[in-house]
Structure formats: structure tokens, C-alpha cells
Design a protein around this ligand. Sequence first.
Ligand code: ADP
Ligand code: MG
Length: 686
Amino acid sequence: MRPEALNPLFAEVETLDGVGPKLKKPLERLGLSRVRDVLFHLPDRFVTRRPVASLDEAGEGENIVIALTATEHRASRNQRAPYRVFAQDEIGNVLALTFFGRASFTAKKQLPVGEKRWVAGKLERYGDMLQMVHPDHVMEQADASLVHLNEPVYPLAEGLTQPRMASLAAQALDRAQALPEWIEPGVIAREKWLPWREALVAAHKAEAPAARDRLAYDELFANALALMLVRADNRARRGQSLQGDGSLRDRLQLPFPLTGAQRRSIDEITGDMAQESPMLRLLQGDVGAGKTVVALEAMLVAVEAGAQAAMLAPTEILARQHYDTLRRMAAPTGVEIALLTGRDKGKARESTLLGLLDGSIDIVIGTHAIFQDTVGYRNLGLVVIDEQHRFGVNQRLMLTKKGRRTPHTLAMTATPIPRTLTLAQYGEMDVSRLDEMPPGRQPIDTVVVAQERMDEVVNGVARHLSAGQQAYWVCPMVRDSETADIAAAEARYAMLEQRFGDQVVLVHGQLKPEIKDAAMERFASGEAKLLVATTVIEVGVDVPAATLMVIEQAERFGLAQLHQLRGRVGRGSEKSVCLLLRGEALSETGKARLALMRETQDGFRIAEEDLELRGGGELLGTRQSGDTPFRLATLEQIQRMLQMAHDDARLLMERDGGLTGERGEAARLLLYLQERDWGVQLLRGG
Ligand code: ADP
Ligand code: MG
């Protein structure tokens, strides 16, 4: 159980002063449900504001404090458009104060027409108008807090203000007590790092690179340690050596020769399976790289050796798809393959369960239902997990406890991530890479086009549609606010609908599932020709007749994301095209990134170079959610400190007695604090 010292940090965020039902939603959006989460919610930046008497004195992009008098409130009929309050400075310059979503309610109260207010925020230009989006402060009297030096600016969600967030952070810090040191003393001394609590205080108060490094390091260290515990536990388990005689594999009649990468991966896997200690291997390969055949060969090895194999898919649909494919491919071998999902009930389910128990079923494909307690195996020798990233390694690894002897585990993922991040995600798991595509793929023509040439692009889409083909149109993430993004997508949809009528459908994250599904359905069936979407289409759509992809403001996307998006086309036999629209002010890095997309379709190369380019300082929004299992550590910090954290974790495990002893106890606290306690639980579970 969680050490008591941490309990105050795991209290619900509602226990902080000022958190009522109204704040629940924005806090949830930010992932802040417990005090601990608030502690680790660090400011994005710090601002120092300059008081100015008039807008003439201020530069664009500058943070200022200024006295303004509201002249007019203007709400748009379109609910999604921003709410604007026009205001004048002392000499009559006009400025728009712009509010999205619910912030307009506050604006109405705070900025009555004809009254003077002190407003603090960042001056921007929007078209030919000066504006301030969501001012940080609006006050009746100027007070010292307005010209605060180094005020933290926290990432916010609608309904939350900077002062409120700062108050929550201060309260969370009050609840944090000093904790014993878990980092190796030599490392602390060398890096001149503060103790944990002091580092937190420092990181909330100012740009404190060393403090941030320390906190990021904690995260990396906890992760490395947990993965190492899992690995050590796995090594200590007894598995079974599975050596096939080739009898089943010889009977496979594949319609194609295996690629070199497939053969190499199969060799690596069979090599592991022949060992008595259980395999823990990741098979990485882009969509279409041919992972399924590799999995099949591995499963046949298990069956040849007299054991059973189970394959776990993330969804019901994927489980069915695999079942059909594998049954077709494996037909000549005569192995018995079954499907088991949560939907199976009654007799059919009973008979599958019986078959697994008596061994008449050799291979089972299914969703997590295949691991329920009621499912017993005669001799489970291999577990294959498809699309690893959707599960989270930890839980998955624990699942492999099924059976008297620990089965071998093969995890498969279609996300080509760079080697550094592989280490971060999977620790020292062994990795096989399918870095060679099967022959005969149609390359996708990728073209970078300036956004101003929108008319030509739309005409191109028109030609494409009238030739009977389908297309995707992806709208970008523009601001921090999801609502604003969706407004942009809706505006684009309205424009395209005007041109193409009801051939166009719109899909985004705030639509009701039925509506979204219906739109997708119309597109997949070919009834609708153009799908306008925010990035929700990234996952799980397969429409081979869609051969054109337009991505707006492509420079705002991560390369890995662009790669995934582009992977939606080029699935049929027709030539596919991807148009990357770029904004005007494109940096050198931005140019290099788009050029890379044009140049290659190799997911691994894209992932590596993306990390290089982003790690090199220009971090788009610094933290790219989903890329890494970390909350604090940036890509740059990961690259710089991950190896160090691994070495430190290894020292603790091999020299310093693991989780026993003084530092070990502290490290145990850290594992809980960082929610890597699955590492500890695994040890206890034995
Ligand atoms: P993924 O890695 O995305 O799971 P699949 O295993 O579904 O990829 O394979 C994609 C397609 O490529 C399938 O139709 C499969 O039959 C085919 N394929 C796999 N290996 C080869 C190969 N060596 N040569 C030609 N086609 C192959
Ligand atoms: Mg697959």
C-alpha cells in the first residue's frame, strides 16, 4: 500500500480551498485530479510586465499593464466565435479583448462599458487590430500584483484563471513535506540539485532549470527503476524453452517471400523462445510492415513445441480481423484457432474455454477477455500483444502471470519511435524492428503548398472528387483551446460544404458518438467524398478509396503525427497524394521538418529526425502529449538524462540493495509518488 507520508498528496483536488464543482471540469481537462497532480503542474513560463500609459508605448508580443475603458461588448451570433470587448486607452487607441468559451461570462462582469480597468496581458495583433486574448488580470485598482516580476503562467483550461491556479499551486506546495532523498548522492552533488521539495518550490516560483531537471530526472529514474524491477522479476521467473521442429511452419503457403527484416525478427524471436527464461520482446514496425506473419510464425513455433499461444488485440474489431487473417493463412497447417471476446456468451464460450483447458485449441485470438480468471489454459507458452501502446506496458506485463510457467511475451507496436524513447517506454525490453516494407507499396506523393494558395488547393480537391475519388481534409490544432480548434474546423467545413454540398462530412472530438459514427460511415461507404476532420482521424480509419490528404498548417503537427495522418492514404492500388499546407512564417526548422516529410516515408527515420529537430531547442509546445510516458520531462531532458537515470537505477538495484535500505525505501516512495508502483507490486506479488 501507498506509504502514509504520501497520503496528503494523493488527496482529491477538491480538498484544496476554492475548488468547487465549477472548477472540476477545467481541472479534469488538465489532468489535475489530486493534490499531487497540481504539484507537478508547472508553469509554462514566467512573465514580467511593463506598465504603459498608452498602446503607442507597447510593442507587439509584449506583456503590459495598461488602463483601459471598455467601449463596446460584441458577441457573435456564431456561438463558437470569440466574445470581444472593445476598449480604449487614455489617448483613444482601440484594443480588442478577446475571450473564448465560458471566459465571456467573466468578461461581461469584469469590464462594464464606460468604466476604467487595469488590464494585464500580452499584446498581440490580429489582422489589422490590436488584441489581448484572455488577459491575465482585470482589476479596478492598480496594485502591486499587476507589475509582479516573474509571475508564473500556468497552462490553463477554460474556466480557470492564473490567480486561481497560482493559489492551488501554493496550497499544494504547503501540503508537500520534505521527503528522503532517492537520487544517488554522487549525482546530487555533481548536478548541485536541490532536495525534492525545494526543487518543487523553486520550479513554481521562477525559471529554475536545475530544479526542473531534478524533477524531470525523478520521473525518468522512477520509470527506469520500475521497468528494471519488472525485467528482474521476469528474469527470475521460470518459463519454458520452446523449440519448434518446423513441421507446421513448413506447411504454411505464404503468397510472398518474407522480407529480410521479417526473417531477422523471426530469428530473434525464436532464439528467445528457445531459452528457458521468458521472452520480453517488442516488435516495432510501421503500419503495413507485416507484423502479423511474424506473430503467426512465433505462435506456430509454440504449437510445434507442444504449447498454446494467445494473441491479444486492443479492440473487438481488430480481434476479429486478426482471427480471419490468421485462420486463412494458417489453414494449411491444420492448427486449431479460436476467437474469444467479451461478446461471446453461452455454449460457444463454454466450448472455447473447454478447448483451451484441454489443449484442443492451439491458438486463441481475443480481447482482454482471454485473460480473465475464468479462462484456463492447458499450457500457455506465448502471448502476443498487438498495438502495445494502447495498453501500457505495465499492466500487460503483469498479465503474463497466467499459467504455471511464465509464458513468453511478444509485444507489437505500429508506432515507430526513436531508440531513446523506446528505452524510456519499454526499458530494457529487447526490440526487433521491421524497418523494411514489403515490396510493391505505392509511394505517396507529398507536396508542400503555401496556405495562400488555398483556392488552387480547393480546385484540386474538386478535380479529385469529380474523378470519383475520396479525400481527407485535416484542420490543425491552433490554440490551447479545443473549442477554438473546433471553431476553425467548422468554419472550414462550412466553406467546403458551400462548394461541394452534402458530399462533405465533418468529424471532430466534440460531436456525439452517434453523429461521428454516422459521418464516418457515410465516408467509409463512399457516399460522402470529403471528410473534414480535426486530428481524430488519426486512429483506426481504413478507407482504401481515399487517395488525397490535405493537412492545413502542417508545420504545427509533430512529424510522427503527420506520418500517422499520411498513413491514412496510400492503402489502395491507386496513386495517393498528400498536400501539406504551410503557414507564412515558417522557421528554418519548420522548413526542414516539412522537407523531411516530402523526402521519406520511413517512419523510423521520421521519428529519429523529428526528435533531433525538436530536441534541438524548438519544442512545439514543449511537451508533446502522447509521445512519452512522462509528464514533466521534455524530449530534450529525456535525451540528456535518460541514460544517467538508467545507470542510477541499475546502481540501486545491483549495488545498493534494491528497494531495501535507506535509499531503497526512499526510492519506493518515489515509485508511488510517480505512480510507477506497479514495479513494487510486482515484487510483492512474487
Ligand atoms: P502490420 O504490420 O500493419 O500489422 P500486416 O501484417 O497487416 O501489417 O501486413 C500488411 C499487408 O502486407 C498484408 O496484406 C500482408 O499480407 C502483406 N505482407 C506481409 N508481409 C509481406 C511480404 N513479405 N511481402 C508482401 N506482402 C506482405
Ligand atoms: Mg497489424
